[in-house]
Design a protein around this ligand. Structure first.
Ligand code: C5P
Length: 349
């Protein structure tokens, strides 16, 4: 599939790199500039899931229901609406067990989404990214185990190099980053445990979502709607269990918090396209490259001074990316060698 002459996979991966960078920088920045009381991360997660749900449902209407109309036919709102409604009923209520599969990644993503704010609150943006990217190897191992994917020796070397490159940026002892001007206490152990747990949740949820997306019939937007629905319900439980958030839901909601909600919501759509048209391992490379962008943005915005180790680590990350993306003739790398799950057939966007 092409978009402006470029493959949809490349466009989606580039968009994901930009989205990840802006999400991290915006979230960090929001903590620094906030003068008044802080926002509740539980409410932010809920708002982001709500936005993803509405956007995905809209895309089921605009893309899926429209695509079901005869070619060249004039847009008929009533007919498209009926197709949309029938799609929703057929793919959610006729076989609810299939829909329920999405509750698993939803629960893991929700845990991850809440821990992300704990991690970001306790770590500097680049360290956060580095810890988070440890999930690359976990994701590769799970892809082999759960999706029957085979990775050539070259690709494993690239993945290891990527990890080494990331560690190179992690041992950045001179990263005396002028990030925290708000005097709030930061705890490195709390931050690092949170970020590593985030990575494990993300790896399993991502590979499981990929298995569902590529191994069953409903479109990527329908699957995303289902995922956002379950994530939203769990996030709502989180808000209801948080007395402060319940009482002051929109406390601290400045323009930047709304911007984070928007970036997260669009990110959910981009991730779904990436997982559908590329895979979770390539997604890992795209987000790893965002470390480099985060470093550059942090230098401009927060006075981050990249050390030699950061620079060398960044170069290794780029080398690993090039090595991984070099043509590979070994068989078995098809992203579609999946175990069956749910109703089989070809998905459509
Ligand atoms: O990069 P990583 O896999 O850790 O990102 C996971 C994030 O993407 C989670 O916050 C999850 O809610 C979100 N996501 C999404 N829509 C998807 C898949 C993941 O919003 N289809």
């Amino acid at each position: 599939m092409k978009m402006c002459g470029l493959s949809l996979r490349i466009v989606a991966l580039a968009a994901l790199t930009l989205q990840t960078t802006s999400a991290v920088i915006l979230t960090r920045y929001s903590k620094i500039i906030s003068a008044g009381p802080p926002y509740y991360s539980t409410t932010l997660v809920l708002m982001a899931e709500l936005a993803k749900f509405v956007l995905s449902l809209f895309l089921v209407f605009v893309v899926d229901a429209r695509a079901a109309q005869p070619d060249g036919a004039r847009f008929d709102f009533g007919e498209t609406f009926r197709t949309w409604k029938d799609n929703i009923v057929a793919e959610n209520f006729v076989n609810p067990r299939d829909t329920l599969h999405l509750a698993i990644p939803a629960a893991l993503y929700t845990l991850q989404n809440n821990l992300i704010y704990v991690a970001l609150n306790n770590l500097e943006a680049t360290t956060f990214q580095v810890g988070y990217q440890m999930k690359i190897i976990t994701t590769a191992v799970l892809s082999v185990l759960m999706l029957n994917r085979r990775l050539s020796a070259k690709k494993w070397v690239a993945l290891l190099l990527l990890t080494v490159g990331i560690i190179g940026t992690q041992v950045d002892s001179s990263s005396k980053v002028q990030l925290d001007k708000s005097n709030h206490q930061q705890s490195f152990p709390v931050g690092i445990v949170s970020v590593l747990t985030c990575g494990c949740c993300s790896a399993f949820a991502g590979v499981y979502f990929e298995k569902i997306l590529k191994g069953s019939n409903p479109s990527v937007w329908m699957r995303n709607t289902q995922l956002a629905f379950f994530s939203g319900v769990i996030a709502l439980v989180g808000v209801l269990g948080d007395e402060g958030a319940r009482a002051n839901f929109f406390q601290g909601y400045s323009w930047i918090v709304w911007a984070i909600v928007a970036v997260q919501a669009v990110g959910g759509l981009i991730i779904a396209v990436v997982v559908k048209y590329a895979d979770n391992i390539l997604k890992g490379f795209a987000t790893a490259l965002s470390i480099l962008l985060c470093g550059a943005a942090s230098a401009v915005l927060f006075g981050f001074q990249p050390s030699t180790t950061f620079a060398v680590g960044s170069m290794v990350v780029m080398g690993a990316t090039m090595l991984y993306s070099a043509p590979d003739t070994s068989p078995g790398n098809s992203p579609n060698t999946l175990l069956p799950l749910g109703r089989k057939g070809s998905s459509h966007v």
